[in-house]
Ligand binder design. Structure first.
Ligand code: SAH
Length: 246
């Protein structure tokens, strides 16, 4: 994975203490095929390579006391600067962190429109605050829960971004229907067999009438969103009153 990145592909630079976790699931299925086809690149940077003392230490006890260890700013700073020299200019620098705003499809779309991202994965109690200030790092969270490391969060961000890069998903319509793309959750889907354990498929889907099917799906998506996600529903209604063609 240490070859120079090809500048034309979206590149994920992952700064981690566990480079062996990558590509992991990103090497399989959609993301894996796209990686093989150079639609995106993966560059892992082993933070430990930037440790300068003889023990190669990357963490230390927190000033002020308390449990756990904190990742050192000198080591992280050196890793970030070395990565910035190799990466395309102005790439977003993101620390996966439960303190950040939650990742959403709008941010994923922005990231996919750029050249890639530098993703800093924390471990232990997290990283020295001064690194976040000095490099003006954006914090991004996966949700209101605490992981033991940033790697799985980085993988989720990469997976979500890579699947919307042009050429990754065969039929672009399948992306347009996805949850959040129209501000709605996706409608329910059905496949063979038509009768499963006595449960039938909604009749309209068997009608072959594309207009009715589209209407039914839209109504289902709206209904699900209204019931399950009042927060999304309010945004959708507001957008609809501004743009009634939605
Ligand atoms: N003490 C920290 C949590 C440290 S967990 C706190 O309470 O905020 C160790 C690492 O896991 C973090 O540095 C971060 O990189 C990652 N992590 C944990 N939860 C996460 C989440 N919800 N989203 C993204 N990254 C997370």
């Amino acid at each position: 994975m240490n070859v120079e990145a090809d500048n034309t592909s979206w590149t994920a630079w992952v700064l981690t203490l566990f480079p062996e976790m990558f590509p992991g699931s990103l090497g399989l299925s959609l993301a894996g095929r796209a990686l093989e086809n150079d639609i995106w690149n993966l560059e892992t940077v082993d933070i430990r390579d930037f440790a300068s003392d003889k023990h190669r230490s990357v963490d230390a006890t927190p000033f002020g006391g308390g449990p756990g260890m904190v990742m050192r700013p000198d080591v992280l700073g050196a890793a970030i600067e070395a990565t910035r020299q190799r990466a395309a200019p102005d790439m977003p620098l993101i620390y996966l962190s439960p303190r950040g705003p939650r990742l959403d499809q709008a941010r994923v779309r922005e990231l996919a429109a750029g050249d890639g991202a530098i993703l800093l994965c924390g471990r232990f109690e997290g990283i020295d605050e001064r690194v976040i200030e000095a490099y003006e790092i954006e914090e991004v969270s996966l949700g209101d829960f605490v992981l033991s490391g940033g790697e799985l969060a980085a993988m989720a961000l990469i997976d979500a971004t890579v699947r919307i890069l042009p050429g990754v998903v065969g039929d672009p319509q399948s992306l347009a229907d996805d949850s959040f793309e129209q501000g709605l959750l996706e409608f329910p889907q059905y496949t063979r067999p038509q009768d499963w354990q006595g449960r039938e498929v909604p009749e309209v889907l068997m009608s072959g009438h594309h207009g009715h099917i589209a209407e039914w799906r839209k109504a289902q998506a709206e209904d699900l969103t209204r019931k399950r996600r009042p927060d999304l529903w309010d945004l959708y209604k507001a957008a609809k009153s501004r743009m009634p063609q939605l």
